[in-house]
Design a protein around this ligand. Structure first.
Ligand code: ATP
Ligand code: MG
Length: 382
């Protein structure tokens, strides 16, 4: 009997030791508070997190260490915990470290005042200072980036807008010069004037594109129910001449309704299908447009049988004015894909290309968040 009692006591001692070690070695601080906030128990991790030794904190209230700014919030939550026996309350506040600096702590309070064993409020405290600092740094970087992007966009818009007027003058007067004085100077002069006229036209086209590009990112994005099949039909109608000239065949699978800007969707499909026709190989262009539902988004594909793209240029082609071909080979300024990227991203999606390389055709893919598709669906009847 004696040995059994001893054994049971030993077991109990071991059990208590086990839990004591668990709490003392936990990363979080565990406190047991009296109803007036006095810390009856504090786990040793408080020294690691806040610098205080447990013996420095005898009969101290937890709230002595809470930043004045956060005190009302912390007290409200504490009082709430006191009022509602057994519930768990959460609060985040800053706490003074022994060295005078501040730590951000998250606290979960559980009222066990009525519990005969605990008779207190158990508080779990987690130090999230580093997490908060990292979060703040990310937010600040994102804010800085957004601001600098906006400034850049503003600049591009103002520059391209204001450059149009003087350039219009240069273009029209050199053109006039060409018409009126052709053959009146020597042949070389005619050639030079021709270069100026060409240059002025080219610059006008570039500036017009730049303006279009910066407009694509400006203003409110008005989303409305948009039928992607109708969008494709509109894009094809805008491409009518190119379609016929190249004997292109465009096919498509059923396409969904989306919440989007119809004009931007038209522009996207027009640019992608337009490229698919323009960059064809020896065979007449065959283009297929399809849409696939994935988890969380819809994926649209525009597949062609054209000249293909070396995968090493897969990112470069989306940069404004970046082209893989000269103007002589294929006309264009290199704006189409940059505009697509901006418009797709404004809708919360992504755009990329897949190609096995030159001569193997290209598939452009872009996504739209599934919410944009779901929101556009008419409510189902009873
Ligand atoms: N479907 C495609 N197949 C092969 N190459 C392509 C295809 N689409 C785009 N490219 C390549 O990517 C480059 C960039 O395309 P983007 O549409 O931005 O400009 P662009 O067609 O040259 O000119 P713009 O669209 O301004 O008329 C093109 O110059 C071409 O080299
Ligand atoms: Mg293009």
């Amino acid at each position: 009997m004696q040995t059994e009692l001893k054994w049971a006591k030993e077991q109990q001692r071991r059990g208590e030791e086990h839990f004591r070690l668990l709490i003392e070695n936990a990363q979080e601080i565990v406190l047991v508070l009296e109803a007036d906030g006095i810390m009856r128990y504090k786990s040793p991790s408080i020294e690691r997190v806040l610098g205080y030794r447990t013996q420095d904190l005898l009969r101290k209230s937890m709230f002595e260490f809470v930043a004045a700014y956060d005190l009302p919030k912390a007290l409200t939550v504490f009082n709430e915990a006191i009022r509602q026996n057994g519930t768990t309350q959460f609060v985040e506040f800053r706490c003074r470290h022994k060295d005078g600096s501040w730590r951000v702590l998250q606290a979960w309070l559980k009222n066990l005042l009525q519990d005969r064993v605990v008779e207190g409020i158990i508080v779990n405290l987690r130090d999230v200072s580093q997490l908060k600092q990292a979060e703040e740094a990310v937010t600040k970087t994102a804010d800085d980036l957004a601001r600098s992007n906006q400034e850049l966009e503003q600049f591009a818009y103002a520059a391209s807008h204001d450059l149009q007027e003087p350039l219009r003058k240069i273009a029209s007067y050199t053109q006039l010069l060409q018409q009126r004085y052709k053959g009146k100077f020597d042949a070389e002069a005619d050639k030079f004037i021709g270069y100026i006229v060409d240059g002025a036209y080219r610059m006008q086209a570039l500036i017009r594109d730049l303006l279009m590009y910066s407009r694509a990112g400006r203003g409110e994005l008005a989303l409305e129910p948009t039928d992607m099949e109708a969008v494709l039909a509109q894009a094809l109608s805008n491409l009518e001449t190119a379609l016929q000239a190249n004997q292109a065949a465009v096919t498509h699978d059923p396409l969904p309704m989306v919440m989007a800007s119809p004009s931007q969707m038209t522009q996207i499909l027009q640019n992608l299908v337009g490229n698919a026709i323009k960059y064809h190989g020896d065979a007449p262009p065959k283009v297929h447009v399809s849409a696939l539902q994935k988890s969380g988004f819809w994926q649209f594909s525009i597949q062609d049988n054209g000249i293909g793209i070396d995968p090493q240029y897969a990112d470069r082609v989306f940069i404004i004015f970046q082209r893989l071909h000269t103007k002589k080979e294929y006309a264009g300024t290199g704006i189409g894909l940059a505009i697509c990227k901006k418009m797709v991203e404004r809708h919360g999606g992504q755009v990329w290309l897949e190609s096995e390389g030159e001569g193997k055709g290209t598939t452009f893919k872009f996504t739209l968040p599934a919410e944009l598709v779901a929101a556009a669906r008419p409510a189902e009847g009873p």
